[in-house]
Design a protein around this ligand. Structure first.
Ligand SMILES: [Zn+2]
Length: 439
């Protein structure tokens, strides 16, 4: 009922109601935000554009949108003022690789247990809790990259947040992800048992196209597929892998997804899996530990984003053993080369691969700085670059007039100490304050 009303109002006010209107309205934060005007006094502002922080800035917000950002500005008379004059404000963080339906999977048992013992409704309840944790840590938008056997429950978590029923970041979701038959858990159970699978199995060109159509029908904003598995080092020192889909199948996934106006994320860890994903024409490479220099050059040329998810590799390595520790070191070297070559690196953590309650995903910023980025570069991976990856750069990623009022604040100076980003004290999403521990 609300969509036609919203549509009508928009039409009267600004004539922007088009056939695409209701779809876009779903993406917008739906909580009924009163169109009141408030102002924030920011001691310092890292606006996401400038290399330096600006001092003593007044940010004026109307409804869910920033209307002005003025150094030494004076607030309009009679409006509510939030005093953050002792804090540093930044754009809301964006995590471009999460799993709200997952709660840590260092071992196969951790993973199987969740799919076998927890119902999808129970997992969705935890998903809502995880979304709240993300928001409280400063992540006002996330791209959730598959439900790990929880079917389309990410669409429901997104809907509950968008309708204002539970607090959480605005979401883009990938629903079920896909591999060919037998190339993703749960595996190893008796053939007499019907066990759930962590992805949708899709085989052949027609099967791949149909799976894409089905997932988009049920609400996928992105299509994700697993390009490879079985990661191993060979004598050339390169991390190799076994490629899952034939080139024809992978190209069909990408072609069908693009034809329907969506984008594709490929899980690709070994150099073979990355090469196959690039041949298929994907939009983002997830993990990418085994990136070679020629693959980096290809990504620069085609504008493909890399989402490194360093935090999860470092977290699972001790528990998984094998090649995983060596892969963390390899990825560090790849990160430094890719950053120098100008690969578009967007912050993503794989939260859910580690327990949401144990680790603050903003730790990922610290890895990027430790790996050689300046603090401002690291901040951009999780703000303006990530906003571009989502296609929301007109509305997110920087603090500027016309953008959604998604802001976080910290007490210290993150340009001097990047770990400040793990101590977010204030969170605003779409003009609504969800956390304010600044006194
Ligand atoms: Zn993941």
């Amino acid at each position: 009922m609300s969509l036609p009303v919203r549509c009508l109002v928009l039409f009267v006010v600004s004539s922007v109601c088009t056939i695409g209107g209701p779809v876009r309205a779903q993406q917008k934060p739906a909580p009924a935000v009163p169109e009141k005007t408030i102002a924030i006094r920011a001691g310092h502002l890292i606006d996401g554009k400038s290399d330096k922080a600006l001092d003593n800035v007044l940010i004026v917000i109307k409804g869910d949108t920033i209307v002005s950002v003025a150094p030494n500005g004076t607030p309009p008379a009679g409006i509510e003022i939030i005093d953050l004059s002792k804090a540093t404000i930044l754009p809301g963080f964006i995590d471009t690789h999460t799993h709200v339906l997952l709660n840590g999977d260092i071992t196969a048992e951790d993973y199987d247990k969740q799919l076998l013992k927890d119902s999808i409704p129970y997992r969705a309840i935890l998903g809502a809790r995880n979304a709240r944790i993300a928001l409280e840590n400063g992540f006002t938008s996330i791209r959730d990259l598959e439900t790990e056997g929880a079917m389309y429950a990410d669409v429901d978590v997104k809907k509950a947040i968008a309708n204002g029923e539970v607090p959480g970041p605005r979401m883009q979701v990938a629903t079920r992800a896909m591999t060919p038959t037998g190339m993703y858990p749960l595996l190893g159970y008796s053939w007499e048992l019907k066990v759930p699978t962590g992805v949708q199995y899709a085989d052949g060109v027609d099967g791949a196209r149909k799976a894409v159509r089905e997932q988009i029908m049920y609400g996928a904003d992105w299509i994700k597929y697993y390009s490879d598995r079985k990661y191993h080092f060979e004598a050339d020192g390169v991390l190799h892998s076994m490629v899952n889909f034939t080139d024809e199948e992978a190209k069909a996934i990408v072609d069908e997804t693009h034809r329907l106006g969506k984008k594709v994320a490929a899980h690709a860890i070994g150099s073979d899996g990355i090469a196959a994903a690039l041949r298929a024409g994907v939009d983002t490479i997830e993990h990418g530990d085994g990136l070679t220099e020629s693959e980096m050059d290809e990504m620069v040329k085609r504008g493909v984003y890399w989402v490194p998810t360093i935090i999860v590799g470092a977290y699972v390595a001790p528990g998984r053993g094998g090649n995983w520790t060596k892969m963390v070191d390899l990825e560090k070297a790849a990160f430094q080369k890719a950053a120098n070559k100008g690969v578009k690196i967007a912050l993503g953590t794989d939260a859910g691969g580690f327990d949401w309650k144990e680790i603050n995903a903003a730790r990922e910023f610290q890895y990027y700085a430790d790996y050689g980025m300046s603090p401002i570069q690291a901040i951009r991976t999780g703000t303006s670059v990530a906003a571009e990856l989502l296609g929301w750069q007109e509305k997110l990623g920087t603090v500027e007039p016309g953008k959604w009022a998604d802001l976080v604040a910290v007490s210290g100076d993150p340009l001097k100490d990047i770990t400040e980003l793990q101590r977010v004290k204030f969170v605003m999403k779409a003009g609504v304050v969800y956390k304010n521990d600044i006194h």
